[in-house]
Ligand binder design. Structure first.
Ligand code: AHR
Length: 528
């Protein structure tokens, strides 16, 4: 009885907490041009740090991501530094990428690191069995870690469990990180790298429930424990060991992994992709969609919130101290292949809808940053929801890129809860909140607010305040466009880009904001 009562109290509290942070008002009249919302930033209730790694990226040997998108080779007419194209690297540097995952994905479980070291003209050419084509292995360990150093990003190396051995994994780590006089450390030196690299994150396989070996969770839990034992720390390097987690609503995987192996891991992954239709056979187009598909895409991306909550609740049972991170190391929008493009290349254009998807997910990660310690959007260049698209010597940055750039201010800042009262954005039977908002305070005391208007037809008139003190000034940027599927192309690279945000008024301690339909706004607020 007592436990029933405490369960009831628990659920009432959860419901009250949810209600206190987000109140959805009924959908406003369809013919109104704007809708009203109110927002209070609870500066009196600072929460957890937003781990910088939530802004991580992912680069797999897939399609034109590594080859052409990043690696063009030293003899290419495309300007490059040690074979890595300058335009992409310099655009990506702007994002302050904290961590980069490589070499897969599914590809990780067929990758043998020894193929990708030593003189490039001697490296074997291997079929890419996951995504098609032949991999020349010109881009291997040294090239990846050179890229990380250029970007200022930490390396997240994904080990091979599906077709590799613990010995191969152990040797790779020694090769990369040992400063001793061992044969492997000396081989690295002969291959041009004197000093060892730091490898802070190493994963034991990828999607071992699928492409990584079709394992059952009980089996993988033991495999994980075995392989993780041979991930060794050399010469002061400290590796966080990451285990393969579940996907979407695959809660049993999380339950079993946490029960059987939590104490051997520092992180457990979660993969969730947003498909407009939810149907892998007919996902929906990246660029040709109507409002119904706009709405269903946003409704489906919002499911990330529930998935994280429920996977975290399971993790809490085994790890109440929240030591083990939930690493959402694959997320983003996944559409049908573009006509005329290779099936395995997963190349897709990126529109304003993707910018909204990115902002919504980043806001969700902030909300759960006490458990979510890393997230890696799939993928960085030319694949799925990319930051950068290339076509031979041409390069363009996407609307998603700009969201990551605008959101840099949240990296490492402290999450501030918000009390948001917003109408719904309703289409047919499907309902989502019209606004998504997140706030944080950085180490210099600056308060930042990111606001997303999901409604493609109505601007939001928001009355904003802080729970103590008053707002003295605001400045920031807005990303929007006239159409839902606006995009940057090689012909029109600046169709979607941020502009200074000026639609606000200060009235006493209140800030009145007019957030355009289908937009992402990031503001810095000066308060006292
Ligand atoms: O990101 C593309 C693929 O999606 C990855 O290789 C795999 O892990 C996932 O299924």
């Amino acid at each position: 009885m007592q436990s029933r009562l405490s369960k009831l109290t628990f659920f009432v509290c959860i419901a009250a907490c949810l209600l206190s942070s987000l109140v959805t008002l009924p959908a406003r009249a369809q013919n109104a041009e704007t809708y009203k919302a109110t927002l209070v930033v609870r500066v009196d209730q600072p929460k957890w740090p937003i781990n910088r790694n939530i802004y991580g990226q992912f680069a797999e040997h897939l399609g034109r991501l590594v080859y052409e998108g990043l690696w063009v080779g030293e003899n290419s007419p495309i300007p490059n530094t040690r074979g890595l194209r300058n335009d992409a690297v310099s655009a990506l540097k702007e994002l302050h990428i904290p961590v980069l995952r490589w070499p897969g994905g599914c590809f990780a479980d067929e990758y043998h690191w020894r193929d990708g070291i030593g003189p490039r003209d001697k490296r074997p050419r291997r079929p890419n069995n996951s995504w098609g084509g032949v991999d020349t292995n010109a881009f291997g360990t040294h090239e990846f870690l050179d890229l990380c150093e250029m970007l200022g990003a930490d390396a997240y190396v994904n080990g091979n469990v599906g077709s590799g051995t613990p010995q191969e994994m152990m040797d790779w780590i020694e090769y990369m990180t040992s400063d001793t006089d061992s044969d492997l450390a000396n081989q690295r030196r002969r291959n041009g790298r004197e000093k060892p690299w730091k490898i802070p994150y190493f994963a034991v396989g990828n999607e071992t429930w699928g492409c990584g070996g079709n394992m059952r969770p009980e089996y993988y839990a033991d495999v994980y424990r075995q392989y993780a034992t041979f991930i060794k720390n050399h010469s002061g390097n400290r590796i966080q060991k990451l285990a393969v987690g579940g996907y979407d609503q695959n809660y049993n995987w999380t339950e079993v992994l946490m029960a059987q192996a939590a104490k051997y891991m520092d992180g457990l992954s979660l993969h969730y992709y947003t498909l407009p239709t939810g149907d892998w056979g007919k996902k929906g187009s990246a660029t040709q969609f109507d409002e119904k598909e706009w709405h269903s895409t946003l409704a489906r991306t919002l499911r990330m919130d529930e998935y994280i909550q429920r996977h975290s609740a399971i993790m809490d049972k085994y790890d109440p101290q929240k030591r083990v991170g939930l690493m959402v190391d694959e997320w983003g929008a996944w559409y049908d292949k573009e006509p005329g493009r290779d099936m395995g290349a997963l190349y897709q254009q990126n529109t304003l809808r993707d910018a909204i998807v990115a902002g919504i997910n980043l806001n969700i990660f902030h909300k759960h940053a006490i458990r979510v310690k890393m997230a890696n959007i799939a993928q960085m260049v030319n694949v799925l929801q990319a930051m950068v698209l290339t076509d031979k010597e041409k390069m363009v940055v996407t609307p998603t890129y700009y969201v990551f750039k605008m959101y840099r201010v949240h990296q490492g800042a402290t999450m501030m809860p918000v009390d948001l009262s917003t109408p719904e954005y309703k289409l047919g039977d499907s309902v989502v909140p019209a606004l998504s908002v997140s706030a944080s305070r950085d180490s210099a005391g600056r308060l930042h607010l990111s606001l997303i208007n999901l409604d493609p037809n109505h601007a939001a008139e928001i009355s904003a305040s802080v729970s103590s003190g008053s707002i003295k000034n605001a400045s920031g940027e807005v990303l929007t466009a006239t159409t839902m599927n606006a995009m940057n192309t090689f012909e029109q690279p600046n169709a979607v880009k941020p502009a200074a945000f000026s639609s606000y008024k200060l009235q006493g301690s209140q800030l009145s904001l007019s957030v355009p339909a289908k937009s992402v706004v990031v503001l810095e607020l000066a308060t006292n």
